[in-house]
Write a protein that binds this ligand. Structure first.
Ligand code: ZN
Length: 137
């Protein structure tokens, strides 16, 4: 079976935001947490330790850059960072902005069973906001 992120299959679940040096930045279609996105490594790897140290360093800096932008735009109290990959093993870090008193505050983020989807127009607005913030950082 083709890799979810190496093939085009992911495009059914994510909106493209931008491309950085070592990853692509995607907005998850599921938006229980407004601004939730994922950073997918450009090269197929399944574990962080498989990345060349320089690639790992750059990737983590990009994670921090996107997290900073998302936290500011969506006024999050905390960013949660998730790498799971049991099923879709190609390395991708979920960036989940959480708010005090909001969904799952103080608990682990649950990946499945969610169903907050937006209009194409709303996705475009979120993508533009995040893209604009990343182009100035
Ligand atoms: Zn892959």
């Amino acid at each position: 079976m083709a890799c979810f992120f190496c093939s085009d299959e992911y495009k059914n679940y994510y909106q493209f935001i931008t491309e950085l040096e070592e990853c692509i930045v995607l907005l998850n279609n599921e938006q229980t947490y407004e601004g939730r996105c994922a950073l997918v490594t450009k090269k197929h790897a399944t574990e962080l330790f498989e990345l060349d140290p320089q690639v790992l360093s750059t990737y983590m800096a990009e994670v921090a850059q996107v997290a900073r932008a998302v936290k500011a735009i969506f006024k999050a109290d905390k960013i949660n960072y998730y790498i799971c990959g049991d099923i879709d093993q190609h390395l991708h870090m979920h960036i989940v902005p959480k708010h005090k008193g909001g969904s799952e505050w103080g608990q682990a983020f649950l990946m499945s069973g969610r169903e907050v989807f937006l209009s194409e127009e709303k996705y475009s607005r979120l993508v533009e906001k995040i893209r604009a913030a990343l182009s100035t950082t």
